[in-house]
Ligand binder design. Structure first.
Ligand SMILES: NC(=O)c1ccc[n+]([C@@H]2O[C@H](COP(=O)([O-])OP(=O)(O)OC[C@H]3O[C@@H](n4cnc5c(N)ncnc54)[C@H](O)[C@@H]3O)[C@@H](O)[C@H]2O)c1
Length: 322
């Protein structure tokens, strides 16, 4: 019998990349659920093993999700569906908070179905304005009250509580900014790259001194698959992120250089809330599990520029980068 893996948000950036890699194994059957709010059907992998099923449904609607669990015996769940993007989450706080329902429904249905492990996509946003750098999974205080971070925090708490009361095993992934060919231009790397390639203005909130780390999608997906297949970090949390820190202004300049772009850098007023000054994971656990060097920012950007799907999704026909 095949192992049935449900990935919610599987038509999005991280979910579709995970689905793609898992679907290479003919013993897995991947069930993707997505409401296509920020995801798209073009990102759903086509597998030679014919083992990927797509269902358009909303995780925050109990009946729709109950139908999915009735249709397939689900063995593992990766719950990645969420309202994302700093600007979108700031402008739609009530919509963001609706995702708490989806998390509870998914856990409830997983418990009833006897799911073997529930994987939850949390975020570096839970750390908020950093109290210490690097940010450690178990000792760094969580310091954010923005709705998106609160939802992730509540989600983590739900995972722990479902384990405590029903013994549903879980692993929490705290993702730091992860970029890849399927990421939308709501996020900084694709946004800057697409602007640079089209010689359009590159816009920065504030003065660009806020610094970030950027994780190439392959490092993220390879770590998750190792955790999944070796049954690691059960009932535990892991930071998934690169620790190479760069300011947003430096990133814009680096992208301009790599793409030989003529784009102008334009500074916009800073975001009101939620644009942390710094963020960097303690990624000791991730490095141990991955057991190979992480992909550098230069290398990741070059991979994106050579990725046909990335160029196609962003309507880029010609690039001037080396
Ligand atoms: N990419 C990152 O840097 C990053 C960082 C921290 C956390 N995360 C988390 O990782 C997960 C995946 O993010 P991503 O970068 O792939 O974003 P994404 O927008 O590409 O993917 C999210 C997917 O979820 C779908 N979706 C949203 N609400 C839904 C709902 N109610 N029901 C069904 N589908 C729904 C969207 O259509 C989209 O396909 C999210 O939970 C996000 O909060 C991502």
């Amino acid at each position: 019998m095949k192992t049935n893996i449900l990935i919610t948000g599987g038509a999005g950036n991280i979910g579709s990349s995970l689905a793609q890699k898992l679907s290479e194994n003919p013993n897995y059957q991947i069930i993707i659920v997505d409401n296509l709010s920020t995801g798209s059907k073009e990102k759903i992998p086509i597998s030679p093993h014919n083992n990927v099923h797509f269902i358009e449904a909303d995780c925050n609607q109990y009946q729709e999700m109950a139908k999915v669990f009735n249709q397939f015996p689900i063995h593992y769940v990766f719950h990645f569906a969420a309202v994302v993007g700093v600007k979108r989450t700031q402008e739609n706080p009530l919509k963001v908070l609706q995702d708490i329902k989806g998390i509870e429904y998914m856990l409830q249905l997983s418990k009833t179905a006897g799911v073997k492990k529930f994987f939850f996509s949390s975020s570096s946003e839970v750390y908020g304005e950093p109290i210490e750098i690097p940010q450690k999974e178990h000792s760094t205080p969580l310091n954010s009250r923005v709705p998106y971070a609160v939802v992730k925090n509540v989600g983590e708490c739900y995972c722990r509580s479902y384990y405590q009361e029903y013994e549903l095993p879980y692993t929490i992934f705290r993702f730091f900014n992860t970029y890849g060919p399927y990421q939308t231009t709501d996020f900084v790397i694709p946004k800057f790259l697409v602007a640079a390639l089209k010689n359009e203005p590159i816009t920065i909130y504030g003065d660009g001194s806020q610094s970030r780390t950027f994780t190439y999608i392959d490092d993220n997906v390879d770590t998750m698959i190792k955790i999944f297949e070796n049954n690691l970090l059960t009932n535990d949390i892991i930071n998934i992120g690169n620790d190479e820190m760069i300011s947003v202004l430096e990133l814009a300049n680096r992208i301009k250089n790599i793409t030989k772009s003529k784009s102008e850098i334009v500074f916009l007023p800073p975001l009101k809330e939620g644009d942390m000054t710094r963020r960097m994971p303690d990624n000791t656990k991730m490095r141990q599990i991955l057991n190979r060097p992480l992909i550098s920012l230069e290398e990741g950007i070059k991979r994106l520029l050579n990725n046909k799907k990335f160029l196609e999704l962003n309507s880029i026909t010609k690039i001037c980068a080396e």
